[in-house]
Design a protein around this ligand. Structure first.
Ligand SMILES: [Zn+2]
Length: 142
């Protein structure tokens, strides 16, 4: 008895599925920040941020993955983990505050650039940054 049928077309050495794959992954990083003119957030404090991202795509890479999510985790951790966000040039140069909103946008850009460098070019659908268990921000581009 056949329970499932996997159908791939071979095109440019990439496996192209008839359907679409969705990968959702989360991981944690710890960062400090402060937000000028925002009540008690004015003082330096830290958060354990939960970072979640969603990738979609029909084409898999040579390892039969949309994208090795360890690469994403490594890139984000190397850039932000155990650092003060206000001190990072990415926030200083952009002249914007490390709010949860802007943090989600900055992380989106990093992951999106990583996706664009891949031959199978998975699509980054959204990034969520959860600052506390009461709030998270989702950033997506249309
Ligand atoms: Zn905060």
């Amino acid at each position: 008895m056949v329970y499932f049928k996997v159908v791939f077309k071979l095109k440019d050495d990439l496996k192209v599925a008839l359907g679409e794959f969705t990968v959702v992954k989360h991981f944690w990083i710890s960062c400090a920040h402060f937000l000028k003119n925002v009540d008690r957030c004015e003082n330096l404090h830290g958060h354990n941020y939960k970072i979640t991202f969603c990738l979609k795509g029909k084409k898999l890479d040579q390892n039969d993955m949309l994208l090795d999510f360890r690469e994403v985790k490594r890139a984000v951790k190397e850039t932000f983990d155990h650092k003060c966000l206000n001190d990072l040039s990415i926030f200083k140069k952009g002249n914007f505050l490390p709010t949860t909103e802007m943090f989600a946008k900055v992380i989106f850009d990093i992951i999106s650039n990583l996706c664009k460098m891949k031959e199978n070019a998975p699509l980054l659908k959204w990034v969520e940054v959860e600052e506390t268990d009461e709030v998270y921000v989702r950033y997506e581009e249309f």
